[in-house]
Design a protein around this ligand. Structure first.
Ligand code: FMN
Length: 147
């Protein structure tokens, strides 16, 4: 049985692109070994992450992640068993709105990309629904999308 877990946290002040690169390097290496997949989103200085895989391995990883000083205010949003995986390759997909600042992507394109990703993934489980809702709430708070 596959297990999914979604949480939200605040990035520690001073977290940079290099910090995130380091996190992703560890995540991709370790998650491949443990057959854990998921998606990490960085928006408005917050992380939102969904992790999926074997229940014990995902719970252990979450315990490790909770101790990480690169973020704080960790809020577990949902965890549940699910029939399928949302992401079918091990590792960690990463998504942020950095491109918005460098103006390669318009706000409208960013919003469309995000909504397309949500549509393609057809969220089914409670964890997946909470994951997308947390992202949308942050975007609404930051004024990047309207409800
Ligand atoms: C927001 C956030 C997400 C993380 N996600 C993962 C992850 O998916 N997998 C992982 O192994 N480590 C993740 N980490 C890093 C762990 O907290 C920890 O530093 C790492 O697992 C240590 O492994 P290493 O010694 O191999 O680098 C994350 C850290 C943060 C702050």
């Amino acid at each position: 049985m596959n297990f999914q877990l979604t949480y939200k946290s605040k990035a520690t002040p001073g977290v940079t692109n290099d910090t995130i690169k380091e996190i992703l390097k560890s995540a991709r290496r370790n998650n491949a070994v443990n057959k854990i997949s998921g998606c990490l989103v960085f928006l408005e200085n917050h992380f939102i992450q969904i992790l999926e895989g074997d229940k014990e391995l995902v719970k252990d990883l979450f315990e490790t992640i909770k101790q990480d000083s690169r973020h704080s205010d960790i809020e577990l949003l949902c965890w549940d068993d699910s029939d399928e995986r949302l992401f079918n390759s091990w590792g960690m997909l990463y998504f942020d709105n950095q491109d918005l600042q460098s103006s390669d992507l318009s706000e409208e394109e960013f919003k469309l990309n995000l909504l397309l990703l949500e549509t393609l993934s057809k969220p089914k489980s409670a964890s997946e629904i909470k994951f997308w809702k947390a992202i949308k709430d942050l975007l609404i708070t930051s004024g990047q999308i309207t409800n």
